[in-house]
Design a protein. Structure first.
Length: 242
């Protein structure tokens, strides 16, 4: 169990927390910076809905006194009604004619941020933390820095607030994300991410790899595995045989 000390006095934050590697790293990052941290997760008919089951154990494992309420929003009907993708239906993952992988769910992150801002509005939270990244990613346009900046402006105009969309992973590749976790919480946090988080698009938690659980072949697993390989080679991290 990792106990995060919390000397921060910056007020509160809301973290978009899926139960994956990136959002868990962002949650740990926020717990080091803000006096109170709440989380929000989304059910949207995702094939890897097992990620939702990972969230509560991760929150427990982080064991921070700064960790506040968790909010769950069900967007299944809204997103499934917009058409199928490889993220929400049992179809093969492949590149689409547009040059984007068919795991791209149009409007998903924009909808997530809108819902998060609505919760933050009611909870009196200014900072909204999301794990989007345009350095090591699948090409999703709603993960780009320009998109997030535009979304921040739209949310502030539409809700008359001064939200700040925090993106601590925006310019990090997956190796640097592993390094950030090690800097934030040492081996204990790295182990939480490996053992408890879920990133695999196919929802596979039967195959255990040095970097965690997953099919090992989908784009999410490949990014996570490649980042792990680069980070361990550079850091000298060695796995403890369990």
């Amino acid at each position: 169990m990792t106990q995060f000390s919390n000397p921060a006095t910056e007020g509160g934050a809301l973290v978009l927390f899926s139960g994956g590697q990136d959002s868990t790293t962002c949650l740990a990052w926020a717990l080091k910076r803000f006096a109170t941290v709440e989380t929000i997760g989304f059910s949207y008919g995702q094939r890897h809905a097992v990620e939702m089951d990972c969230r509560a154990p991760i929150r427990t494992a982080l064991a921070s006194t700064a960790l506040g309420p968790d909010h769950i929003v069900d967007l299944t009907t809204a997103i499934s009604g917009l058409g199928q993708t490889a993220m929400t239906a049992d179809i093969a993952i492949e590149m689409g004619e547009s040059g984007l992988p068919n795991t791209f769910v149009p409007g998903r992150n924009l909808l997530f941020l809108t819902c998060a801002a609505a919760i933050a509005y009611r909870r009196g939270l200014k900072r909204i933390v999301t794990g989007v990244c345009e350095t090591d990613y699948s090409g999703y346009p709603d993960c780009r820095d320009d998109t997030i900046k535009a979304m921040q402006l739209a949310l502030n105009l539409g809700m008359e607030r001064r939200f700040v969309l925090e993106t601590p992973l925006m310019w990090l590749d997956k190796a640097a994300t592993w390094a950030m976790a090690a800097d934030l919480g040492g081996t204990a946090l790295v182990d939480i991410i490996r053992e408890r988080t879920h990133s695999c698009y196919l929802g596979d938690r039967t195959h255990r790899h040095p970097w965690g659980y997953g099919c090992g072949t989908c784009p999410a697993c490949q990014l996570r595995a490649q980042g792990w390989s680069r980070w361990t080679a550079a850091s000298g991290f060695t796995e403890i045989i369990r």
